[in-house]
Write a protein that binds this ligand. Structure first.
Ligand SMILES: [Zn+2]
Length: 700
């Protein structure tokens, strides 16, 4: 499914195969940042003071840099120098600062909730006991592998390959990513219909390309991965020689699954991900797997058709089921089980997992403190219970109203932008306006909170808590098959510092977590707020019209509403962006993938433009005083630049260009301002300077 978040998080915010955010994903999640909203009152009401560095600050500039040569350095240079990457992080930016502040608020909530008391309400008991169980490392170490032993035994006890279906179903219910992914999703051609969906999956490394690329870095990462798998097997009691053979066999199996998987750039094309077929035809793709046994063990409602996202993958899977020995499948399932559950397992496993997925893949030097991880796990497992308490503590009604007013200003600006576009015909414009008017706005948090009352949370069973929460979520997703679509549901939890556009819902979503400085600051002038949260709103709106979003209509259906000429012109304009961003480099031999990042780059370019239009509308007829020596337009661009200030380790930068659809902060800033004559005017840049290149791009 398409992803349209504003900043990275490495995983789709919504209809997705249910997967817990695991350590490896957290590392990726950390990479990025935000998006949206604006909200004032948060500030004054939150108990955690806002560090100065979180706010827009002209002290963070590097005035020795020339804004027309490297605007990112000019806007962020002071901040970059003062904020090296902490040893437990892979990247450190403004989004992370704010997320860290939200985490502190959640920490206060959870420490309080964890105090045993007869007076705790049901929500407080769940989040408090989940957190307390997670924090008790001593007890986790003392239990050893006992909590996961029944599941290990289930794998060990398989008699033949016919047993795979039941075991894989059980592991899927626990959130373990093995073999393939199974969930529900909206039908691409009829967004009101929720259908079953089966997708590629089951790889341990971050993406298929990690298995297939020939460069020396990729080869090295593979060798280290195999060594890591071997060490985990040894920790489970295998002899080194056997563990060595088993790790190699697992690598061979995953490599073959990777070969059958669709690459990330192709996965941006919704047409390539839509293959709705009968259940019978689906099962014929992989007849060696006992599908009926799987459906029943996994708890799926009855269904007649399914979206086989990438049918070739299931053919490749079938071949693997036939040719891979049962013993090798057992190794594979065992490693994935441990990897998925590792956060609630003894330190030896956790450290080895971090060694590869943290240190090697992202460059982080040490694990984050336990409390930070347990806060994040509570957010991932019981997000709308914890989010409820977060909202009570931080988010005022005023925040919602102010944000909504800003969203409406941005929608007006996009409407005017579309109207004036020189390259689009009246017919396509009319359709675009219908789509824009149909976009629904969701701000802050859901109207109705998810009910976790059926999830049993015990103070002395951290691994069981995770599993029960995962099963609840997995079942909740499956139960949607064949039921009416719920449009009120959120794909992000309220404390999240991010935002998203959902093309199948045609809505934009701004969690409470992002409606704070530096995105929205009540103490700042309009120029700053429009450059920051205004741009985030503009970014999400533009996603409705990027190269993916533009393929969906006002109702969220995959349907072409473009005239052929306009479509051709649109493609040549987006090709300009592909070309521009492909030239940006993050490390030797690692350039941005202009196709992978096209949607995000389109949204950044369009988003900043309409945010500036909305600001100019607000300032029209007013005097424009300088503040801190800068005009409103200059402050607008500086505020934009500053939300993307970030330092990043080389390992993380390499991981990011391979898997992250967002460009790194430096190019989110310089790549966009280069395309804006308004920027060049604001800073009096001359033709031919680096921020004024001869061939600029413009889509929206
Ligand atoms: Zn985005």
């Amino acid at each position: 499914m398409p992803q349209y978040i504003i900043a990275v998080t490495g995983y789709a915010p919504k209809p997705r195969p249910v997967r817990r955010i695991k350590e490896k994903e957290l590392a990726v999640v950390k990479l990025s940042a935000v998006c949206i909203l604006a909200c004032l009152p948060l500030l004054s009401q939150s108990s955690t003071p806002i560090p100065k560095s979180v706010r827009f600050d002209i002290g963070a500039l590097d005035k020795s840099a020339d804004p027309c040569v490297d605007f990112y350095q000019y806007a962020c240079g002071g901040w970059l120098k003062a904020n090296p990457v902490p040893s437990d992080q892979a990247r450190w930016g403004r989004f992370d600062e704010l997320q860290e502040r939200n985490r502190q608020t959640l920490h206060e909530i959870l420490e309080e909730a964890a105090k045993p008391s007869a007076n705790r309400d049901a929500v407080t008991q769940k989040i408090g006991d989940y957190y307390a169980a997670c924090m008790d490392e001593k007890a986790i170490d003392a239990r050893g592998l006992a909590p996961v032993e029944p599941d290990l035994k289930r794998i060990r006890d398989m008699k033949d390959k016919a047993d795979l279906a039941a075991v894989v179903a059980h592991l899927h219910r626990l959130g373990v990513d093995v073999m393939f992914a199974f969930a529900s999703g909206q039908d691409y051609k009829d967004s009101n219909e929720v259908i079953a969906q089966a997708d590629q999956g089951g790889l341990g490394m971050p993406d298929r390309d990690y298995y297939l690329k020939d460069d020396s870095k990729s080869v090295e990462l593979r060798q280290k991965y195999v060594a890591h798998v071997q060490r985990i097997l040894e920790l489970l009691g295998e002899k080194p020689e056997q563990a060595n053979l088993d790790a190699a066999a697992m690598m061979r199996l995953e490599t073959d699954l990777a070969k059958g998987s669709l690459d990330l750039v192709s996965r941006r094309d919704p047409e390539k991900q839509y293959h709705r077929i009968t259940v019978k035809d689906f099962e014929a793709l992989a007849p060696s797997f006992s599908w009926s046994q799987y459906y029943s063990a996994v708890g799926a409602p009855k269904f007649d058709s399914i979206n086989a996202v990438w049918p070739d993958f299931f053919k490749a899977l079938d071949e693997q089921i036939r040719k891979t020995s049962l013993a090798d499948w057992k190794t594979y399932l065992t490693w994935h089980l441990i990897h998925s559950e590792v956060r609630m397992l003894p330190a030896a496993f956790l450290n080895e997992n971090f060694n590869y997925f943290g240190k090697t893949l992202t460059g982080a030097q040490e694990m984050r403190p336990r409390w930070k991880r347990c806060v994040d796990y509570t957010d991932a497992e019981l997000g709308e219970a914890l989010g409820q308490k977060f909202v009570e503590k931080t988010f005022g009604k005023l925040g919602k109203a102010n944000t909504l007013a800003m969203v409406q200003a941005l929608e007006r600006a996009l409407g005017q932008d579309i109207e004036k576009l020189p390259w689009m015909s009246a017919m396509t414009k009319q359709q675009a306006e219908i789509k824009l008017k149909a976009i629904a706005n969701k701000i802050g948090y859901p109207d109705k909170w998810r009910d976790y009352s059926s999830v049993v949370i015990k103070r002395d069973d951290p691994l069981g808590n995770d599993n029960r929460a995962d099963e609840f979520e997995f079942q909740r997703q499956l139960n949607k098959i064949g039921k009416p679509l719920d449009r009120t549901e959120w794909g992000m939890t309220p404390p999240t510092v991010n935002a998203y556009y959902d093309p199948q819902m045609n809505n934009i979503n701004f969690p409470a977590g992002i409606l704070q400085p530096p995105f929205y600051d009540n103490d700042m002038d309009d120029a700053v707020n429009f450059g920051a949260i205004g741009m985030v709103i503009g970014h999400e709106l533009t996603h409705g019209f990027d190269d993916q979003g533009a393929q969906f209509d006002a109702k969220g259906n995959l349907k072409d509403w473009w005239t052929p000429e306009d479509s051709k012109e649109f493609k040549s304009r987006t090709a300009c962006l592909v070309n521009e961003y492909s030239k940006f480099s993050v490390a030797p031999g690692a350039n941005i993938n202009g196709e992978l990042t096209l949607g995000e780059n389109t949204a950044d370019n369009g988003g900043l433009r309409i945010a500036l239009m909305a600001l100019e509308e607000k300032l029209a007829g007013k005097t424009k005083p300088e503040i801190g020596g800068f005009t409103p337009e200059q402050r607008f661009f500086l505020a934009y630049g500053q939300i993307w200030c970030e330092n990043e380790r080389e390992e993380a930068a390499r991981l990011s260009v391979q898997t992250n659809p967002h460009s790194p902060g430096r190019y989110r800033v310089n790549g966009v301002v280069q395309n804006m004559p308004e920027f060049q005017k604001a800073f009096s840049c001359k033709a031919g300077e680096p921020m004024t290149p001869p061939n600029s791009c413009r889509v929206w």
